[in-house]
Design a protein around this ligand. Structure first.
Ligand code: C2E
Ligand code: MG
Ligand code: MG
Length: 672
């Protein structure tokens, strides 16, 4: 609000500057045009004099002369005719004074009777020029000179000097010097000039008004654009909420004012699942609904901001007590978790809240955000959804965000390991293949399992190089155990995000060919729940891989939303039944039925079936009896580095592999 008022004041200032400055060029233009106008007026006056003199010369003087050079003098007849014509013209007022002069400057005829031989000056007629005057010389030479004379009380006159061309001879015989009245003409010319001034003034005023209007509207538009840009820079386009930057500023303001407040970070649980299964559009819709609910749940002087992804920030004004903060945020959490329907699917939103209090937990933005973050991650790991910061939390392990960064370093520093878990052929009891399972030998935190880092890594681009490393390493290991006489296939887990990478299939083909592992020895597993609703690129990648001869397995089958449709629309060779079902076989009749049906269904579609999470000999026996092809689980072996995997030594006779040493004999009692 304050910002828009100041930008409006700046806009008005800009306009006032324009309004004050722009008359300068307009007035300059006016001055130039007025000058031209005045010059035009004078020019018209001179033109009038020239034309008038020409008429007198042609109509009255020339006809009165016989065509002799005036220096030879006038005949009486000529003088009489001239006198008549002159008297008439002077009487009418069209001529004031008139003289005929020979080329030497002598006056041979004058309206007042003055005559002079030679070029002597005529002190009585100030209007007349001496023969030495350039104007006289010009007229004697055939030109015309017109001058406006500022006269006495009678006003201005025009003096014209021009050659006299006798009608009879067509020759120039002398110079006509004539004084014409100017005031009447000048009045007309002045009136026209004034009219022009008015038109010019009106035109310039209009120009000024139009320019001012254009300037007003463009400063107005610029002001609006600037205000919009300032708003956009500080708000999230999806929800319209303040963004991280504005949130930080507000927290900063509160700490500077020393106002007590609570900084709360909110992270939605399992938002990625919604995005992946229902699509980004549904994800966006969900975020908008969350934004709205958070806004509705808070008081008017609190701030709700979207900090990015599925993370929101709350600034609760005037809260200083941990108990109050906890109660307030729990209220928000309850309102947030009411069921909502997104694209026809009913959903319950759960979120983790981390609270840091000012001034108790910190007195600058950085510390408060970091502590709210620590509290929130503490909540994510435990069961509490709302956690107030406690100094004891600070010793908690690395938060989520650093993992993506650390993983890049881990790749370079060679901190990653592959453990392998056997996949046992249930009919022969032999290990037919192994699954590569990633481990991170973390310098500070010890050996980490995928659950500790994979969810964070899968949300960043580092999953690309990571999967490529797993593929290369497992193919290299496969080549090594093949050389050692083991014919195991290798299964590699790929993330749904990998399948969207352009030319992922090409990368797999090149790696296998480069390391010399035939396609049928490599299987790619993709976890069902991670697949997006819109399979698009993922389905295409799997189809390309299957066509190239690689195995393709659907992992953790049965717990996703769209299981059956995946079986139909993906190019698969194997289905891996999730361990949540397998755990119950032989114990829980319903689980047993589900697994039995899944086996039949997969076989019906021409796919092999692998059961995951087999922990007991009874489960293994049950599965073999139910027709399951392969099984994997702690019962056979935990994931281990490949050279340490159990591998029955071949008898010296070269007889076939005797099979899994511990596999129990199937017993009828175990089946239900
Ligand atoms: P998964 O592909 O379903 O792998 C099987 C998981 O079940 C492994 O956990 C394994 O240790 C565990 N497991 C095996 N037998 C049993 C059993 O009998 N009982 C129980 N309770 N668990 C058993 P792990 O190694 O922690 O891997 C977890 C998940 O992480 C994997 O599930 C897979 O989805 C993912 N993952 C592992 N390695 C990679 C990898 O290199 N790339 C990708 N993208 N994902 C991987
Ligand atoms: Mg797997
Ligand atoms: Mg699995």
């Amino acid at each position: 609000m304050g910002r828009s008022r100041s930008s409006s004041a700046a806009g008005t200032r800009l306009f006032v500057t324009y309004a004050v400055a722009s008359p300068v060029p307009v007035l300059a233009l006016g001055a130039v045009l007025a000058q031209g106008n005045r010059r035009d007026g004078v020019e018209r006056g001179l033109e009038y004099g020239r034309a008038q003199a020409a008429v007198v010369e042609e109509m009255a003087i020339a006809p009165a002369l016989h065509g002799e050079d005036l220096a030879l003098g006038l005949t009486d007849d000529e003088r009489r005719r001239l006198q008549t014509a002159t008297d008439l013209a002077v009487f009418r007022g069209s001529v004031e004074r008139l003289r005929l002069r020979d080329f030497g400057g002598g006056v041979v005829f004058s309206d007042d009777g003055f005559l002079s031989a030679g070029a002597g000056a005529d002190a009585g007629a100030t209007w007349s020029v001496p023969a030495t005057d350039p104007a006289f010389a010009a007229a004697a030479g055939g030109g015309t000179d017109v001058t406006i004379l500022r006269g006495d009380s009678a006003g201005r006159s025009i003096r014209v000097l021009q050659p006299i061309v006798a009608d009879s001879s067509g020759r120039s015989v002398g110079v006509l010097e004539i004084l014409l009245p100017y005031e009447t003409v000048a009045a007309e010319i002045d009136a026209a000039t004034v009219r022009n001034y008015w038109r010019l003034g009106a035109g310039l005023a209009l120009l000024y008004v139009v320019l001012a209007a254009i300037s007003w509207s463009s400063t107005h538009r610029l002001r609006r654009q600037a205000a919009r840009a300032a708003h956009d820079a500080l708000h999230d386009p999806l929800t319209g909420l303040p963004n991280r930057e504005l949130f930080r500023r507000r927290v900063d303001e509160a700490t500077r004012r020393s106002a007590s407040c609570a900084v709360v970070l909110v992270d939605l649980d399992r938002f990625k699942e919604v995005n992946d299964t229902l699509g980004h559009h549904a994800g966006d819709q969900l975020l908008r609904r969350v934004a709205q609910r958070l806004g509705d749940a808070l008081r008017s002087d609190d701030t709700v901001a979207r900090l990015g992804g599925d993370e929101f920030g709350l600034l609760l004004a005037g809260v200083s007590n941990p108990g109050t903060a906890q109660a307030l945020v729990e209220q928000v959490s309850t309102l947030l978790s009411a069921e909502l329907v997104v694209e026809g699917v009913p959903l319950t939103i759960e979120a983790s809240f981390g609270i840091a209090l000012h001034p108790a937990d910190g007195d600058d933005v950085e510390t408060l955000l970091q502590r709210a973050d620590a509290a929130m991650y503490h909540g994510k790991r435990g069961t509490a959804g709302v956690v107030v910061f406690d100094p004891a939390l600070e010793s908690a392990p690395t938060p989520h965000l650093n993992i993506q960064h650390d993983m890049r370093q881990a790749l370079d520093a060679g901190q990653l390991r592959l453990h392998y878990q056997p996949k046992v052929d249930l009919r022969s009891g032999r290990t037919s293949g192994v699954e590569a399972l990633l481990r991170w030998q973390h310098p500070d935190r010890g050996l980490l399992e995928p659950a500790d880092f994979l969810p964070a890594v899968e949300q960043s681009a580092v999953i690309g190089p990571l999967t490529e490393w797993v593929l290369r390493q497992s193919l290299v290991d496969c080549a090594a155990w093949t050389a050692a006489g083991r014919d195991w296939t290798v299964a590699v887990n790929v993330s749904a995000r990998n399948l969207d990478q352009p030319d992922f299939a090409g990368t797999v083909v090149r790696l296998a060919a480069g390391i010399g592992v035939p396609p049928e020895r490599l299987q790619l597993e993709v976890t069902e729940t991670a697949l997006p609703v819109d399979l698009g690129a993922a389905a295409q990648t799997l189809a390309t891989l299957a066509a190239a001869g690689f195995g393709t397995a659907l992992d953790d089958f049965g717990v996703g939303y769209a299981s059956l449709s995946h079986l139909r629309s993906l190019e698969l060779t194997e289905v891996k039944i999730d361990r949540t079902f397998v755990a119950g076989v032989g114990v829980d009749a319903a689980d047993g039925e589900v697994v039995r049906s899944l086996i039949q269904l997969a076989h019906g579609l021409g796919l092999t079936v692998c059961a995951e999470g087999v922990e007991t000999p009874a489960a293994a026996a049950w599965l073999r009896e139910a027709g399951c092809d392969r099984a994997q689980g702690f019962f056979f072996s935990r994931p281990l580095p490949w050279p340490t995997l159990p591998w029955p030594a071949l008898p010296a006779t070269g007889a076939p592999d005797p099979g899994w040493h511990d596999l129990p004999t199937p017993s009828l009692e175990m089946t239900s």
